[in-house]
Ligand binder design. Structure first.
Ligand code: WQD
Length: 345
């Protein structure tokens, strides 16, 4: 359990999907999470859900973490000793239509955060990166040593550039100790159904589209292509329960805090996945079993930009953090469905 001064952790984007679940995991591990979120992609109800789960109000600053003026005071007032940085725009399609807005926000917020951290002497940072940096991997499972492919989207490029910024800052000997977690496909919700994935508008991602179809919000879901070179023709992904992913952030933060006092510059990347691939069709069928719902779906054309298959080599995160995903995909789908039903209430 975290004790004393090493407890207050700033969670940027902490009212978002992965951020809010990580707030729960931090509190369960004895940390004191503090949220900063501009609520551009979240709602107040997330804070209500966190209060229901934790039994207290998590301190929350409704601010833009690009705002250089407010961060130093916040770090001081809240005695921040580490940061988990989720705040970013993440819609792949939208990033292609508004590249400058994505570069400004995703790169600018990290640069601002790094400057303030170096200024205030806070050196521990967990960064939210993505498996999209691998593009279509040549070998599977994909390891961290796999080549980073030219980004297929502006969103993916912002993640690649952010990783380079972090790597170069640590390589310059600046007092930054950072682990970048490359997420695979986060799915599911907290088992209490008090928090979950709040897609505002039409969901881009698979599981919220499935649960909204099953709930009757969408008339039908489309499987984007069944002519891929995979066993059942549909794409393969590494779907990781969002609570497993949240706990990976805590394990990574602890690893930074356990680095010796002389390790004042550190940068590493770790795959945050299950190490298992499931096809879209497998997930659709598993959802039917997990929810007892008959899903109305059709097979449609491929979606531009989709890769055939990607799933993680998790040997590095297992050996470095002693962490492994421990929840099943079925459990994630049960939790996702429970959350969708809770949303209707
Ligand atoms: C998964 C599979 C679709 C919707 C995204 C982001 C990536 C990362 C993870 C943040 C694909 C298929 C989907 C639907 C479908 N996020 N699909 N019908 O594209 O693997 O990755 O989330 O870091 O950056 O791009 O996730 O859920 O959109 O798609 O058939 O209605 O489901 O074709 O094969 P993706 P996804």
């Amino acid at each position: 359990m975290a004790q004393g001064a090493d407890r207050s952790i700033l969670v940027t984007g902490g009212a978002g999907f992965i951020g809010s679940h990580t707030v729960v995991a931090l509190a369960a591990a004895g940390f004191r999470p503090v949220i900063i979120d501009d609520f551009s992609n979240s709602q107040q109800r997330v804070l209500d859900g966190l209060r229901d789960i934790l039994g207290y109000d998590v301190p929350c600053y409704v601010q833009d973490c690009n705002d250089r003026a407010i961060l130093p005071g916040l770090f001081q007032r809240e005695n921040i000793c580490g940061v988990i940085h989720f705040a970013a725009f993440k819609a792949v399609g939208e990033s292609m239509e508004e590249p400058l807005r994505y570069y400004r926000n995703n790169l600018g917020s990290l640069m601002t955060l790094l400057e303030v951290m170096l200024e205030t002497g806070v050196s521990d940072l967990i960064f939210s990166s993505s498996c999209t940096v691998y593009g279509e991997p040549e070998t599977l499972p994909v390891a961290e040593t796999a080549p980073v492919q030219p980004a297929a989207s502006v969103y993916g490029n912002t993640k690649q550039i952010c990783e380079e910024m972090l790597r170069d800052t640590a390589a310059a000997g600046k007092p930054l100790r950072c682990i970048a977690l490359r997420y695979f496909n986060p799915v599911g919700a907290h088992p209490t159904a008090k928090i979950g994935e709040l897609p505002l508008g039409t969901p881009n991602n698979l599981v919220p589209y499935i649960t909204q179809t099953a709930a009757g919000i969408r008339p039908q879901m489309t499987i984007f292509g069944d002519d891929y070179p995979t066993p059942d023709g549909t794409c393969i992904r590494d779907f990781i329960h969002v609570m497993d992913l949240a706990e990976a952030h805590v394990a990574a933060l602890r690893a930074l805090q356990q680095l010796g006092a002389d390790a004042h510059s550190h940068y590493d990347v770790l795959n945050a996945g299950t190490g298992r691939g499931h096809s879209v069709l497998e997930l659709v069928r598993l959802f039917g079993e997990a929810s007892g719902q008959r899903l109305n779906y059709r097979i449609g054309p491929r979606r531009a930009g989709d890769i055939t298959a990607v799933y993680a080599d998790v040997s590095k995160i297992q050996s470095q953090l002693g962490w492994s995903a421990r929840r099943s995909l079925r459990e994630a789908l049960e939790d996702a469905w429970r959350w969708e039903e809770h949303l209707k209430q």
